[in-house]
Design a protein around this ligand. Structure first.
Ligand SMILES: [Zn+2]
Length: 305
């Protein structure tokens, strides 16, 4: 199975039976890294969460946005990854003002220092209807890694045995997901009684450097070369931010004319920076007047990096 950079591949280990996915974020992940100056341990947790979000989105057969958030009580207040059904994702982190991030901090130290961390999963359908409403699941933070937190959540909500192996550094964010499938047709005796455990033990031999350095196809070969593995599809993944000048304009209108006027008086212009892609949106006095005159500004100045 040939899986290129910035892609997610799904496969089936038919004997067990187990379904799996492997994701490799390369240039797409570096786009996130370049736009946020983050301590290495925080950056790696965000990379693992990004890989996990794409794996989860691909396993849910859900058309809409999947948002994973870790609300932290430590130096990191929030880790958030949003992804769509088409492999687009964006990610950001909020570090508490003045917080000192220890160099080798573990996820627990970063977000669950006092045991008040929360993991939040939101599913927002692309088209809403009475039967398709946003769903939000909130669970206490349990586990010492992004993979463990997700496994705990999946065990509680989906009740499908699911395991994840994740790794990230400054140039890649990668992940492997295995999910146990029910036996076909309710057969009395499973075809491979120990299949799930055997495959998990194999994947447990995977070390982070291998996950980070080897192409996805080699990771799968290294782990499962003796298993009947069927690759069945592949999708591209990419960094994709949904911010726009129009959305910032709507946000400023919500803020209200008086508030915008007071920022203008204080700073001479209104500057809003997207927390996901770091793109800056500038509104001068003329642009701001246009916001509240019910018309868009004719020129579109002030898009600056
Ligand atoms: Zn943006």
């Amino acid at each position: 199975m040939d899986a290129g950079p910035d892609s997610l591949s799904r496969f089936l280990l038919r004997g067990a039976p187990v379904r799996g996915e492997i994701v490799s974020l390369d240039a797409a992940w570096r786009t996130v890294v370049e736009r946020h100056a983050l301590p290495a341990c925080v950056r790696n947790c965000l990379g693992e969460l990004s890989a996990a979000a794409l794996l989860l989105a691909a396993s849910l057969k859900f058309d809409g946005m999947l948002v994973l958030q870790i609300h932290g009580d430590g130096p990191v207040a929030l880790l958030v990854v949003e992804c769509d059904a088409g492999g687009g994702f964006r990610a950001t982190v909020k570090i508490r003002e003045g917080a000192v991030v220890p160099e080798e901090a573990r996820l627990t130290d970063l977000v669950n220092a006092d045991g008040r961390g929360r993991f939040v999963v939101t599913l927002d359908p692309r088209t809403r209807s009475p039967s398709r409403q946003p769903y939000q699941g909130i669970v206490p933070f349990e586990g010492d890694s992004v993979a463990q937190v997700l496994e705990h959540y999946m065990g509680r909500s989906e009740q499908v045995p699911t395991r994840l192996w994740l790794a990230a550094d400054d140039s890649r964010a990668t992940g492997l997901l295995l999910q146990r499938l029910p036996e076909e047709g309710g057969r009395a005796a499973p075809s491979d009684a120990d299949g799930w455990n055997r495959l998990c033990r194999l994947a447990d031999t995977l070390r982070s450097p291998e996950l980070l350095e080897l192409p996805a196809s080699q990771v799968l070969h290294r782990l499962f070369w003796q298993e009947p593995l069927h690759g069945f599809d592949q999708r591209a993944c990419r960094f994709s931010c949904s911010c726009s000048r129009d959305k910032v304009a709507s946000m400023l209108r919500l803020l209200g004319e008086a508030e915008v006027a007071s920022i203008l008086t204080e700073r001479g212009s209104v500057a809003v920076r997207c927390e996901f892609c770091n793109l800056g949106y500038g509104f001068d006095a003329v642009d701001c007047a246009a916001l509240f005159a019910g018309a868009e500004p004719h020129s579109a100045p002030g898009q600056s990096q």
